[in-house]
Design a protein around this ligand. Structure first.
Ligand code: XMP
Length: 424
C-alpha cells in the first residue's frame, strides 16, 4: 500500500513479541511496521518513518554496530526493552514516544485504509481484470470484497469444490458473494476428480500432496479461461514477516512467501495483495466494514485440505459423507451453546475403526467419530478445552442417532504437543 500516513518502524533486535507490540501500537492509530535489525537504512527510509523503535527482550545482546547505523539518521530513535513479556507496559511507552517525540497524530484508521486500498488497486490494475481464488476463508473473502469495491465486475472469483468441503460451504459462499455482492463467481465442481485421485490413498502426506497438486491444476485451468493479467491474493502481514529472516540467518525464515508458489510457469500474473500489511484481526475488521457477515469473519481456522485431513485413512464418498454430517452437528451445537467463540478450533474426525454397538435393539458394527476442541494463541501449542459434559453428550447423542454408519463417539484429550491439532 502506498498511501500510508505516519509510519513508525519497529526494529526487531531480538524481540519475541515484536508482532504483538506492533499490533498494540497500531491499536492506538499509529501505523507500525516490523523490520529486522539488518535492514539497510535506505530501505527503512523509503517508508519515511516518523520514528524508530528498537525493540528487544531484556538481556538480549545490544548489536551496537546496527544501533549506530540507525542513530546516525535524523529519525528519532527509542530503545525499548521488553521485560517479562510485559506487552502493555511496552506498548504504552512506545505510544508515548510516538505521540511525544515523534509528534504522531494517530492517523491510522481502517476506514481510511479501505479508501486508500481502493485507490491503490485502481491505480495498479488500471482497466485490467483480476482473478482471485476464493476459499471462503477470511483473507481471500476480504480481499475479494476489497477488489470488488475497487473494480466491480472486472474481478472474477474462482471457487474450487474439491469434494472435501463442509456441509453447505459452497452454497454459503455463493449466497454471500454471487447473490449479495453480485460478484462474478465461477464455481468449479471438481469433486469427482479429487475423490477419484484420492481413492485408496491412506498415507497422510500423499493425501495432502494430491489435494495440493490437483487444487493448483484446477485453479490454473479456471484462471486461464478468465484470462486476467492480475491475480488477487490474500497475503497478510504475518505471511510477509514470516518470510523474512530476523536473526540475519536465512534458516530463521519460518515459511517462504509467495503463496502463488506452484502455479505453472506460463501463468505470469502480476499480484494484487491489498491486505499484505494487515494483521489478521485488522483484516477481520476491514471485512466487517465492507459488510461481510460475522459468521464468515469469525470462523475457526480451517486447513487447506479441508475434511481431507480430518478423515483418517483412505477417503471413500460414503465415509466422507458421515464426517460431513458429524462436523455439521458439532458446529451447530457449538454455536447453539455459545461455545463456538470460546474455542480456537472444535471439529469432528472420522476414525476408520468399526466397533460393536446396539441400534434399534439389534447389534450394530459401525464407525467411530472423534471430537476435538482446543484453545491456542498461535496454533504452535494447544490445550484441550474442557467442553461441558452436557454439550459433549448432546453432540454424541445426535451423531449416533443422525449419522448412519456411526455408533460411537470419543473425545480427544491430547494437548499439542505431543498431538498435532489435525489428525493427519
Ligand atoms: P497442526 O495439525 O499442524 O495444525 O497442529 C496447526 C494449525 O494449522 C492448521 N492446518 C492447516 N492450515 N493448510 C492450512 O491452511 C494446511 O494444510 C493445514 N494443516 C493444518 C490447523 O487447522 C491448525 O489450526
Amino acid at each position: 500500500m502506498k498511501h500510508t500516513p505516519e509510519t513508525v518502524v519497529l526494529l526487531d533486535f531480538g524481540c519475541s513479541v515484536s508482532q504483538k507490540l506492533a499490533r498494540g501500537i497500531r491499536d492506538n492509530s499509529i501505523y507500525t511496521m516490523v523490520m529486522p535489525r539488518t535492514v539497510p537504512v535506505n530501505r527503512l527510509q523509503e517508508e519515511s518513518p516518523a520514528g524508530i523503535i528498537i525493540c528487544k527482550d531484556a538481556g538480549v545482546a545490544d548489536h551496537a554496530e546496527d544501533l549506530k547505523r540507525f542513530q546516525a539518521t535524523d529519525i528519532p530513535v527509542m530503545i525499548l526493552e521488553v521485560k517479562d513479556n510485559n506487552i502493555d507496559e511496552a506498548v504504552s511507552a512506545a505510544v508515548e514516544f510516538c505521540t511525544g517525540t515523534c509528534k504522531c497524530q494517530g492517523l491510522w484508521k481502517l476506514e481510511n485504509f479501505i479508501d486508500d486500498a481502493v485507490k491503490d488497486i485502481r491505480e495498479q490494475v488500471g482497466d485490467g481484470t483480476v482473478v482471485l481464488g476464493l476459499s471462503g476463508g477470511v483473507d481471500s473473502s476480504v480481499v475479494a470484497a476489497l477488489i470488488h469495491k475497487a473494480i466491480g465486475d472486472r474481478l472474477t472469483c474462482v471457487f474450487v469444490n474439491h469434494g472435501l468441503l463442509r456441509k453447505g460451504e459452497q452454497e454459503q459462499v455463493q449466497e454471500i458473494f454471487e447473490r449479495n455482492f453480485k460478484m462474478n463467481l465461477v464455481c468449479v465442481d471438481a469433486a469427482d476428480r479429487f475423490l477419484d485421485k484420492l481413492a485408496g490413498v491412506d498415507d497422510p502426506e500423499k493425501k495432502r500432496k494430491i489435494i495440493g497438486k490437483e487444487f493448483i491444476e484446477v485453479f490454473a485451468d479456471a484462471a486461464k479461461k478468465v484470462n486476467a493479467p492480475f491475480l488477487g491474493q490474500g497475503t497478510i502481514y504475518p505471511d510477509i514477516l514470516e518470510s523474512i529472516s530476523f536473526d540475519g540467518n536465512p534458516a530463521g525464515v519460518i515459511k517462504s512467501h509467495h503463496n502463488v508458489g506452484g502455479l505453472p510457469e506460463d501463468l505470469k500474473f502480476q499480484l494484487v495483495e491489498p491486505v499484505e500489511r494487515l494483521f489478521k484481526d485488522e483484516v477481520r475488521k476491514v471485512g466487517k466494514l465492507l459488510g461481510l457477515p460475522a459468521e464468515m469473519l469469525d470462523r475457526h481456522p480451517f486447513p487447506g485440505p479441508s475434511l481431507g485431513v480430518r478423515h483418517v485413512g483412505a477417503i471413500k464418498r460414503e465415509t466422507l459423507a458421515m464426517l460431513r454430517e458429524a462436523d455439521a452437528i458439532v458446529t451447530e451445537e457449538l454455536y447453539a451453546s455459545g461455545w463456538y467463540h470460546k474455542t480456537w478450533q472444535t471439529f469432528a474426525i472420522f476414525v476408520p475403526v468399526k466397533t460393536v454397538g446396539i441400534r434399534n435393539g439389534c447389534r450394530s458394527y459401525d464407525y467411530v467419530i472423534a471430537i476435538r476442541s482446543i484453545n491456542s494463541v498461535d496454533a504452535v501449542t494447544a490445550q484441550v478445552v474442557r467442553l461441558p459434559w452436557e454439550l459433549l453428550e448432546k453432540m454424541a447423542d445426535r451423531i449416533v442417532h443422525e449419522v448412519d454408519g456411526v455408533n460411537r463417539v470419543v473425545y480427544d484429550i491430547t494437548a499439542k504437543p505431543p498431538g498435532t491439532i489435525e489428525w493427519e
